[in-house]
Design a protein around this ligand. Sequence first.
Ligand code: CDP
Length: 213
Amino acid sequence: MKKIIAVDGPAGAGKSTVSKICAARLGYTYIDTGAMYRAVALNNLELGIGNEELTEDFIKNIEIKLDEAARVFLNGREVTKEIRTPEVSRGASDVAKLGFVRKKLTELQREMARQGKVIMDGRDIGTQVLPNADLKIFLTATVEERARRRFEELKAKNFPADFAQIKKEIALRDKQDSEREIAPLAQAEDAILLDSTDLTIEQVAEKILELAK
Ligand code: CDP
């Protein structure tokens, strides 16, 4: 059985949903690295500061924690719901460009994966954070399908949602995440490509579980 599984891919490909399912079935811990970038972005928004005002020291003093149930804590306060707004999505993609932010979060992520039996999802897990992962998946889907999923997700949570706007924001975030200089979104050479456009969540999870065996 593969002990460390890395799942990367663009926004809305279904990484977190299938990773959660696989983690539950394997008895592994699910680690959502995007949630950590989101927590930094939320902190910025709440304090009304931008990337220009962030320093390495400031970032070092922010405490970000994920618990077993994938709840997210920022300086001891639970922010699991607050980090899911489109505003925070944009902010996360912005702070994710900064080398010192990535350095701190990458260290935390490696520490969290140390005990093994983890599924970690993000953008740079197979390429930078855990290059020695036992199994690497690169999960994608068309931008149209990913926007549709995000639209449904926001509606289900009663957040206001506009399909055209979501599609535009996802395309912009794809571009920004793929083109940044440090740790861009990329498929690792030894990652297995899974296109989830025409697959159900259950089908994608089954495929990953088969590969994990
Ligand atoms: O859930 P969704 O796919 O929309 O995004 P996420 O996984 O929560 O990540 C939010 C943002 O954090 C992404 O757009 C990336 O810019 C950044 N991120 C990153 O740079 N590296 C990671 N390992 C995870 C997320």
